[in-house]
Design a protein around this ligand. Sequence first.
Ligand code: ADE
Length: 230
Amino acid sequence: MKFTYVTLFENLISPYFEDSILKKAIEKNLLSIDFYNPRDYTKNKHNKVDDYQAGGGAGLLLNAQPLFDTLKDIKSKNPNAYFIFPAPAGKPFVQVDAKRLAKKEHIVFVNGRYEGIDERVVETYADEIFSIGDYVLTGGELASTVMSDAISRNISGVLGNEDSLEEESFENKLLEAPSFTKPTIFENKSIPSEFLKGNHGKISNLKNEMAKLKTKYFRPDLFSRSDARR
Ligand code: ADE
């Protein structure tokens, strides 16, 4: 998988790949990243990348020309790349999307700053537009990094133990069951006694019941859409 980030602020994204699981994924050649800066595509004297909104309106937009030319260049070099635009007005990014997108070969994240991106650029290039939550960030970089992380861990070989993908939250539209470490009694609290007896069938049933209860309590919206309800 290759992730390309179109951003004025590479440093908001690149450090995330310098540690832990994603660093290892790069070292194992399962993942590569690169960056394009629209400022390198400006045609004005001062390399200005922002502009006032046509027709008025609060705040500046990323100017259409440098961004359009950046994306045109990327597309011409990578005709099969898949373009994702993070935006608060996008559809909610969920686990199913992370799994689906992990099968792509090359994803380009186009990060707006200021008050957003000229809509004609979005119309021309966006394959999908995603929001990571109902709040407004100062730009797309955090959202792109969040999505990259969620996608990466679904790429075969990135996680040390792929079983963890099957037991985790949002599988079967349920939250993951609570988990525990040693010691079995800690701060006067014990772990469920079934976990100590080693009957894996019973442990699995118990985990399933706990996952249902947890989902019902914390995320009734998710539970009402889950098969576990029936
Ligand atoms: N850019 C600004 N806010 C965002 C959000 N909530 N999700 C995705 N991209 C964004």
